[in-house]
Design a protein around this ligand. Structure first.
Ligand code: FBP
Length: 550
């Protein structure tokens, strides 16, 4: 295989582990837990896995004997840097517990379990992928695991391979599925434990017990490097306004973190747009006013960050999407009979009048994306909507109007960019390499401890890795009821940007200054070799959140 010099050097990097995971350990149980909301309903839906205690591991002297166990692993959803290290940590942990233990990988996501597509993961394979980006060791996919048929089909192959535990590495949707699967296998005494791992570059799978999802650290560092490079170009050429859309489908954490790292002129935060009940025109007017103010001082350039989920946060669009979801759930069969070219008209006729008006005012591509092209979990595929271009074009129109009215006299030349796929498979930062390896190792210990329906958790992550606290959190603890396809379903509560949280407050404190001044910061590339304070530092989000706790 052809590998780069960096990959070669990185292969020998030994990820740092929390003290408790280095030798024998004991399980310390906390108090019983409750779900995030809707406790009575969730308890009823998860009678076998509800209310379990959160646990953490503490080191002990001696060894921890463990019977032989075969395990399966699935990578689910979008790629995130460090996935290979979760598998490496899991593999090494299992082999440390008992060299006879075996690990099977299901191919191309949860679909591999249902379709019985798998490989055995060997030491040679793991060694080839240590500390590398991507999910290519077994691939990933977005098949939704939700039906009894799928669970039973999966159980057939688990039984055949004598697999007693399954680790699902995924975001909120995939871990919701892991929770349902754990409950089902427990209810039929299938003898299969299910463990989840928190993955997503979007950073929206976090709570009091899960400090961050893996991949967020590396992805935001990669995007911040490139945003910094653009800002430097912007400050050198002094002729363009750069509109940059960043991944983060349902939350603006990626955009906020990149803003804290690079200090652009304008940063739009979806959660704030929703809280302030802003319209698309409000957003456009705000951006145009920053452009006009800088132009009045001869500064016809700047940088704007746009979260990819922005459109869904605009309250009127949110109401439109809710109406679309309910209407399409009820009229599913009729809708499928309609020719594709006539579907937008059909939808407009069947929406509430106030939503239909907005729907018809959107460019066709945006309307189709909102209405037609959902992923298997029902999510709008916001990565396909060119929001940055839409906003830039609308700002241009607004500035042209202001020019006619004599309110603006500048130049407005646009460049637009979308950073998402560029960072999702990057070589993991030290933080993600260490964090992921620890999560995988933790998953192996949860399996050895006989747990099911738990998510691997590693806490205290702004301290040196040796002081990190490893353990497990019952997934039911993160659930609440939300409307999906017209019905209330138990799902993991997404963590959105908190407007009274320390990261947003820090941004808010500086926003006015960054709008006016050219206060850009150029963070440069991720450093893999060098002083710990540069190579091991976590995100600003995590640092600020932890500072607030202290
Ligand atoms: P996950 O939630 O599965 O981690 O994926 C998040 C994400 O990277 C989003 O930021 C983006 O909108 C989406 O995946 C893109 O999905 P796809 O890979 O299907 O294009």
């Amino acid at each position: 295989m052809n590998i780069s010099a960096l990959q070669q050097a990185r292969a020998s990097y030994q990820p740092k582990l929390p003290h408790a995971l280095k030798g024998a350990l004991k399980v310390v149980e906390g108090a019983p837990t409750e779900s995030a909301a809707d406790q009575a309903e969730i308890k009823k839906l998860f009678p076998n896995t509800y209310g379990l205690p959160s646990i953490h591991f503490e080191p002990i002297e001696g060894t921890w004997p463990s019977a032989t166990v075969n395990c399966g692993v699935i990578l689910s959803g979008g790629q995130a840097p460090g996935g290979h290290n979760v598998i490496a940590g899991l593999f090494d942990g299992l082999k440390k517990l008992n060299p006879q233990n075996r690990l099977y990988g299901f191919l191309l996501g949860p679909g591999g379990l249902v379709d019985h597509k798998y490989i055995e993961i060997t030491r040679d394979m793991v060694d080839e992928y240590r500390n590398t980006g991507g999910f290519d060791i077994i691939g990933s996919g977005r098949t939704k695991l939700e039906t009894k048929e799928q669970f039973d089909k999966g159980l057939e192959i688990l039984k055949k391979l004598d697999i007693k535990a399954l680790v699902i590495i995924g975001g909120d949707d995939s871990n919701t599925n892991a929770c349902v699967l754990a409950e089902y296998y427990q209810s039929i005494n299938a003898g299969v434990q299910v463990i989840g791992c928190p993955k997503t570059i979007d950073g929206d799978l976090k709570n009091s017990e899960i400090e961050t999802s893996f991949g967020f650290d590396t992805a935001t560092k990669v995007y911040s490097e490139v945003i910094g490079n653009i800002e430097r170009d912007c400050n050198s050429a002094k002729k363009y306004w750069h509109f940059i859309k960043l991944m983060g489908r349902s939350a603006s954490h990626v955009t906020l973190e990149c803003a804290l790292q690079t200090q652009p002129n304008v940063t739009l935060i979806g959660e704030e747009v929703e809280a302030k009940n802003q319209t698309l025109d409000d957003i456009v007017t705000y951006v145009a006013s920053v452009v006009a103010e800088r132009a009045s001082r001869g500064l016809n350039y700047g940088t704007v960050l746009v979260p990819e989920g922005l459109i869904e946060f605009i309250p009127a669009v949110k109401r439109l999407i809710a109406n679309l979801n309910d209407m399409l759930a009820v009229k599913k069969d009729e809708f499928e009979m309609i020719q594709r070219s006539k579907r937008l008209t059909y939808i407009a006729i069947n929406l509430k009048p106030e939503n239909a008006a907005l729907f018809l005012s959107l460019p066709d591509e945006v309307a189709s994306q909102l209405a037609l092209d959902r992923d298997p979990h029902g999510n709008v595929q916001v990565s396909l909507i060119e929001t940055e271009q839409l906003i830039a074009d609308m700002v241009a129109v607004k500035l042209a109007e202001w020019k006619k009215e004599g309110k603006y006299d500048g130049k407005f030349a646009i460049q637009h960019h979308f950073f998402g796929y560029e960072g999702r498979c990057a070589a993991p930062s030290n933080f993600d390499a260490d964090y992921c390896y620890s999560l995988g190792s933790t998953a192996s210990m949860l399996i050895a401890a006989g747990k099911t329906g738990y998510m691997a958790s590693v806490k205290n992550t702004t301290a040196p890795a040796d002081e990190w606290i490893a353990g497990g959190i019952p997934i039911t603890m993160m659930l609440n009821l939300e409307k999906r396809s017209g019905k209330m379903k138990p799902v993991i509560k997404k963590a959105l940007v908190e407007l009274n949280g320390a990261p947003f407050k820090e941004f808010e404190k500086h926003r006015k200054e960054w709008e006016k001044e050219t206060a850009f910061i150029y963070p440069g590339p991720i450093q893999y070799f060098g002083p710990s304070e540069i190579c091991d530092r976590s995100t600003k989000t995590l640092q600020l959140e932890h500072q607030k706790k202290k």
